[in-house]
Design a protein. Structure first.
Length: 316
């Protein structure tokens, strides 16, 4: 499928490093883009809100300098995730800074993206919207988005429950534009499989937490290396929205998950624990994480696997 000109000849792989709450930072974004994959972060990661201006300046300056020093190397565009739900009290302030910096790529989620789409298109930017159902995709398309991100079963963070094989093909029945797929894509074979299924991009998060450039608690990274799919729990207990969490992080925070069975997020008492700071999210992609790597080494491995997947004989 055709992809926006923003990405043409600027990627080593058709990969978007997903915006991860309290994980994605300028260092991770810059490193991803320098290695030819799209780096993104949630605007809500900047606290206080005014810090967003500083982050955007830092990212743009670093990428422009790197491109000048490496003119023959593809440097991917960066992006910002905006929660467009009415409950986001800082949305207008964030939009003003995104406009000031003419952010090239904006990811919208949890609401109607129409106003953001109109605004971003004024400076030639591109907007993708993330969805978990085909009905949500139709609404986003009607709002004028440039691309759809399908968040399926096994994704880290606030993932959906739909099987990617079913949902991608359902959305492809009515949408022939750019499509990114999220949900346990962890290596070059998964990236190639997403393309074969009908996606234009793989949307990966968990794998990039286990990099040296991710500025999170080292214990979080080590937990990803040690974890298996059986170490994940999909629950809405902690934020009111279903999310995949690492159960060892619950134990680390002194939380007995069995004690909370039958309760809701309304009557849940976490004590001194913070639902996002102390309880760590991950997707089913933990099954393939074996070590903590430098971003450039990881991307090299993904490229090798992606090329190897292309050489696999087709039946018969």
């Amino acid at each position: 499928m055709p992809i926006p000109s923003l990405f043409e000849n600027r990627l080593r792989l058709p990969v978007i490093c997903a915006p991860m709450f309290l994980v994605s930072s300028p260092r991770l974004v810059i490193s991803a883009c320098q290695n030819g994959i799209v780096g993104t972060f949630p605007a809500l990661n900047t606290r206080p809100q005014a810090l967003l201006d500083q982050w955007l300046t830092e990212i743009r300056n670093a990428l422009e300098q790197f491109q000048a020093e490496h003119p023959d190397q593809p440097v991917a565009p960066f992006g910002v995730n905006q929660v467009v739900h009415p409950s986001n009290s800082r949305l207008q302030a964030d939009r003003a800074l995104v406009k000031k910096h003419r952010v090239p790529f904006v990811i919208t989620s949890q609401g109607n993206p129409a106003e953001v789409v109109q605004e971003v298109h004024e400076w030639g930017g591109v907007v993708f919207h993330d969805v978990i159902y085909a009905e949500h995709a139709k609404k986003a398309i009607a709002a004028g988005v440039d691309g759809i991100i399908i968040v399926t079963a096994g994704a880290g963070g606030h993932g959906g429950t739909s099987n990617p094989f079913a949902l991608v093909r359902q959305i492809r029945e009515f949408w022939d534009g750019p499509l990114a797929l999220a949900g346990a894509i962890n290596d070059g074979f998964g990236i190639r499989a997403a393309e074969t299924l009908g996606a234009d991009f793989a949307y990966m998060g968990t794998r990039f937490i286990a990099t040296e450039e991710a500025e999170v608690d080292p214990a979080y990274k080590e937990m990803l290396v040690q974890a298996s799919i059986r170490d994940l729990i999909y629950t809405d207990l902690f934020t009111g929205v279903h999310c995949n969490y690492l159960t060892p992080s619950l134990a680390r925070a002194g939380i007995d998950i069995d004690a909370f069975k039958g309760k809701t997020s309304v009557d849940l008492d976490l004590g001194d624990s913070n639902a996002w700071k102390d309880i760590w999210s991950a997707g089913h992609g933990v099954a393939g994480i074996r070590e903590i790597e430098r971003m450039d080494d990881l991307v090299e491995a993904l490229v090798r696997e992606y090329r190897e997947a292309a050489s696999v004989p087709v039946f018969p």
